[in-house]
Design a protein. Structure first.
Length: 259
C-alpha cells in the first residue's frame, strides 16, 4: 500500500492512457495520490481529476518557472482554487535558480505570497528548491508556517540539500520528499539524507512523468515505480519494505490530513 505524495498526472504525456494508468496504479496498491499544481491551468486540471477519482487529491500552486506569469488577478484566482474540492496543499511552489525561467526577485515575491496563502488557508505547502537551498530555507524560516497542530508544515519535494539542512527542516515541521533520484548511482548525498533522518519524516514520491527510478530511468515515470523507491529506502534503513510503505503512507496521511 503506497501513498504517492507528488505526481503530475495532468501532464500531456498522460493524455493517451491516463485513466488506464491510474487504474493500474490503484490495482498495484497505490491507495492515494496527490497531484501537484504547477500553474493555474494544471491546478484547475488537478481539481477536475480529484473529482473523478476517489483516491486522487490535489494541490494548487504556481511553480517558480511560471512565477513571471503571476499578477494580482491571477493570484486571486489561485486563492479561489485553494478552496476547491479535495485541495490538500499549496504547491508546487518555491525557487529554481538552475533554470531561472522567472527573474529571481519575482520568484521570491510569489513564493512568499503563496506561503502566506497557505498560512491563511491552514494548508501544508509543497516546496520546490533547485540550486537555491540557502535562500529557500531562509524564506521558509521567515514565513513561519506552523506545525498545524502536529500535522506538519509541508514537504520539501525531491529533497536535494544536505543532511544537516534536512534535520533543520524537520525541526521546523517539514517532511522530506524522496523520489527516484535515490536509486541513481550518483545519489550519495540523498542516501546520506535518508540515513540521517527518521523515516517518520519521509514521504515517497515519483514526480511523474519525470525522474523515473532505476530500472526504468529515462522512461516516462508513474506511480507504479514507487516500489523501487521503497526498496532503496528499505536497503538504506535496513528495515522491511512493507514497513517503509506503511510508515510513509501514514506520514502523508498526517501531512495532507487524509483519513
Amino acid at each position: 500500500m503506497y501513498f504517492e505524495s507528488h505526481a503530475h498526472y495532468d501532464d500531456g504525456r498522460f493524455d493517451a492512457d491516463r485513466h488506464e494508468l491510474l487504474m493500474a496504479c490503484k490495482a498495484l496498491g497505490v491507495e492515494c495520490i496527490v497531484n501537484a499544481g504547477a500553474d493555474l491551468e494544471s491546478s484547475r486540471k488537478g481539481i477536475e481529476m480529484a473529482a473523478k477519482y476517489d483516491f486522487l487529491y490535489t494541490a494548487v500552486g504556481v511553480h517558480p518557472h511560471d512565477a513571471k506569469e503571476l499578477d494580482e488577478e491571477a493570484f486571486e484566482e489561485l486563492e479561489r482554487l485553494s478552496y476547491g474540492h479535495k485541495v490538500v496543499a499549496i504547491g508546487e511552489i518555491g525557487l529554481d535558480y538552475h533554470y531561472d525561467n522567472s527573474p529571481r526577485d519575482i520568484q521570491q515575491k510569489w513564493f512568499l505570497r503563496q506561503l502566506d496563502l497557505a498560512k491563511k488557508r491552514e494548508l501544508p505547502v509543497i516546496i520546490h528548491s533547485r540550486d537555491a537551498s540557502a535562500q529557500t530555507y531562509e524564506i521558509i524560516k521567515s514565513a513561519g508556517l506552523s506545525e498545524r497542530s502536529g500535522k506538519g508544515a509541508g514537504v520539501i519535494h525531491c529533497y536535494s540539500g544536505s543532511a544537516q539542512m534536512a534535520l533543520d527542516y524537520i525541526k521546523m515541521g517539514y517532511y522530506l520528499g524522496i523520489g527516484g533520484v535515490i536509486t541513481y548511482n550518483n545519489a550519495k548525498k540523498t542516501v546520506e539524507v535518508v540515513e540521517s533522518v527518521p523515516l517518520e519524516r519521509i514521504l515517497i514520491e515519483t514526480d511523474c512523468p519525470y525522474l523515473s527510478p532505476v530500472p526504468n530511468r529515462g522512461k516516462r515515470n508513474d506511480s507504479q515505480n514507487l516500489k523501487y523507491i521503497c526498496d532503496k529506502i528499505s536497503e538504506i534503513k535496513q528495515i522491511g519494505v512493507e514497513d517503509v510503505a506503511e510508515i510513509t503512507y501514514k506520514n502523508a496521511q498526517t501531512l495532507f490530513d487524509i483519513k
